[in-house]
Design a protein around this ligand. Sequence first.
Ligand code: TLP
Length: 352
Amino acid sequence: MHDIVDLRSDTLTLPTPEMREAMARAPVGDDVWEEDPTVKRLEALAAERLGKAAGLFVTSGTMGNLISVVSQTQTGQEVVLDLDSHIFNNEAAGAAVVGNLQMRPVKTARGFLAPDQVREALRAANIHVPPTGLICIENTHNRHGGTCCTPEEISAVAAVAHEASVPVHLDGARLFNAAIALERPARDFVRDVDSVTFCVSKGLGAPVGSVICGSTDLIARARRVRKMLGGGMRQAGIIAAAGIVALERMVDRLAEDHANARALAEGVSKLPGLSVDLASVQTNIVIFRVERGGTAAASAAATAELVAGCGARKVKIHAIGPTAIRCVTHKDIDAEDIGRTLDAFAEITRKW
Ligand code: TLP
């Protein structure tokens, strides 16, 4: 049980004592000169786990996605991606601003582009249209509530893209959550993608960082773009050391976060005024709706009341829309915290 239960995101995890120890002891060097042994170790470990030739340590998932997109496209091309994707909604339009790229968002059923949707979105060779430069997918899918797609679904999308010589990027910020939930090795999910970014700073608990993995050639181009964006860090082994602990020690325990999310979702489904699609709760994210009084305004007021009421009980939750709440479980949330959260929800909704 923790004093404050913080369900706003798994980015709020604090480094473990083992991470702090590893950070203090890490051998370091200037990583822009490619002389930081700890960064190199993390990059090699990440590449090995994902079955790719090389890795590149970057500051964040946002930077990893931007570098991956810019490294594989040319100005004026189009990027096809899901309408609810993080790259399209939550990355400050970096691909448009820095890459001069046009985004082509496609509405999907579960957050995952189907092969036919990719086929339809690919542009024909014609001087009027922007050439398709890249396909982006996201697994697990944040805005769809941590849903997972299978390695086979990803490979099917990649086959269509590659037939048209278009590369594929996977935003795998929470790739290891998908791997644990579907009980498949992480490398299976990325076998057919050209680039993948995953974060050590979310459920895996490291304080900072993400790793891009791909071919040696892609990572060489990505290194240049990282420098251009100001992401060349010097003695970055200090933070990469925590990333190594994250990859070596924190992956298997994600199953606990998934069990806690499931318990939370089942509890929420029994409360008046709250509704959750239990089938969408596959990993560590629970998105639920708030409804009261039959009008949008009353429901929005109830949502605000729930957030404030929880805050007063030291349970931090976050609204992702006027009547939608997202809760994310992580290593600093235990089963008792879930019980306390459900008690808070029950007390507040009892009056509705
Ligand atoms: N997501 C954050 C917020 O930006 C919404 C969160 O709290 O979930 N891809 C996906 C699928 C993500 O969920 C996130 C972060 C990122 C990329 C970006 O990672 P960071 O925050 O490291 O830039």
